[in-house]
Design a protein around this ligand. Structure first.
Ligand SMILES: NC(=O)c1ccc[n+]([C@@H]2O[C@H](COP(=O)([O-])OP(=O)(O)OC[C@H]3O[C@@H](n4cnc5c(N)ncnc54)[C@H](OP(=O)(O)O)[C@@H]3O)[C@@H](O)[C@H]2O)c1
Length: 275
């Protein structure tokens, strides 16, 4: 299965479907990632705070693939934001991954009350120039946070990884971020299977098209130009979650998913703190 790519504003290609590695750790993580790679995933999404960068690195080595054929994302945790500590955090992540560069480095949360995300991004710009990061990105950034890092560095983030899913469609936020030339990547696109996959409208679309409700949700995101990093520890669900290119949702199908009741996100980037 070949997963298409999107060209980022950095000029690099990024698969539109990636494999989310949270919350796996240790050998089970490596095994699940190897299964995902065997299914065709080439983007692996990890973070310093997930405690599994070592397991991701093991899977990269055991996959036998060329480094250039994989797209590795990791994230700067809140505790490491700031001048000097950002460089040290990336170097520690690279050490755990066993890599000499990452394809995408994200600031995990803006933590506006801490006030260090602009300094962190400026240091990431230096690391980018040195070749340790291929593309600069952010996560959970609202438009004003993006504006602040662009004002400081002149570099528009290539990616903003945001919580986007049928109950949290966040159309205005997604549109504003995309309007800056930043690719939106949805985290928890399946809402951690907490109910949206049983939505009767989504189930009916899935049944008619002969696909799964998860495939309908992921395809709905892709058709909004939102890339996705679903997680599954199960090889057959991993395969299905990446098998999104043999069918298309009609305008009426898209409207069914658009009509899911909206719920505000619990982790509001303006106030959410995690370190
Ligand atoms: N930037 C951030 O702040 C942030 C925050 C959270 C997550 N993330 C990233 O986003 C990735 C994905 O988000 P997530 O893991 O929170 O949630 P998710 O991908 O929406 O859901 C994962 C859950 O859904 C189940 N599932 C997967 N495919 C399914 C299918 N086809 N049918 C039914 N159930 C299915 C999985 O169970 P099984 O394993 O049993 O299949 C797992 O429990 C994470 O792994 C992480 O890399 C980023």
């Amino acid at each position: 299965m070949k997963i298409p790519t999107v060209t980022l504003n950095s000029g690099h290609e990024m698969p539109v479907v990636g494999y989310g590695t949270y919350p796996l750790q240790g050998r089970p993580a490596t095994e699940a990632i190897l299964a995902a790679i065997a299914s065709g995933y080439r983007l692996l999404d990890t973070a310093a705070s997930y405690g599994n960068e070592d397991a991701v690195g093991a899977a990269v080595r055991e996959s036998g693939l060329d480094r250039a054929d994989l797209f590795i994302t990791t994230k700067l945790r809140g505790a490491d934001q700031g001048r000097g500590s950002t460089r040290a955090a990336l170097e520690a992540s690279l050490e755990r991954l066993g890599l000499d560069h990452v394809d995408l480095y994200l600031i995990h949360w803006p933590l506006p009350a801490v006030g260090r995300y602009v300094d962190s991004y400026a240091e990431m710009a230096e690391l980018h120039r040195e070749g340790l990061i291929r593309s600069l990105g952010v996560s959970n950034f609202l438009p004003e946070h993006i504006d602040a890092v662009v004002a400081a560095t002149g570099i528009v983030p290539a990616v903003d990884q945001l919580q986007v899913s049928p109950s949290h469609a966040r159309a205005e936020l997604v549109g504003a971020v995309q309007g800056k030339g930043t690719v939106v990547q949805a985290w928890s696109p399946l809402e951690r299977n907490t109910g949206v996959l049983e939505d009767p409208g989504i189930v009916a679309v899935a049944d008619r098209l002969g696909v799964t409700p998860a495939q309908v949700v992921l395809r709905w995101l892709l058709q909004r130009q939102v890339t996705v990093v679903p997680h599954s520890s199960n090889p057959s669900r991993q395969r299905a979650n990446a098998d999104l290119f043999g069918f298309e949702l009609s305008a009426a199908d898209l409207a069914v998913v658009d009509s899911v009741a909206q719920v505000p996100v619990k982790q509001d980037p303006a106030t959410w703190e995690e370190f």
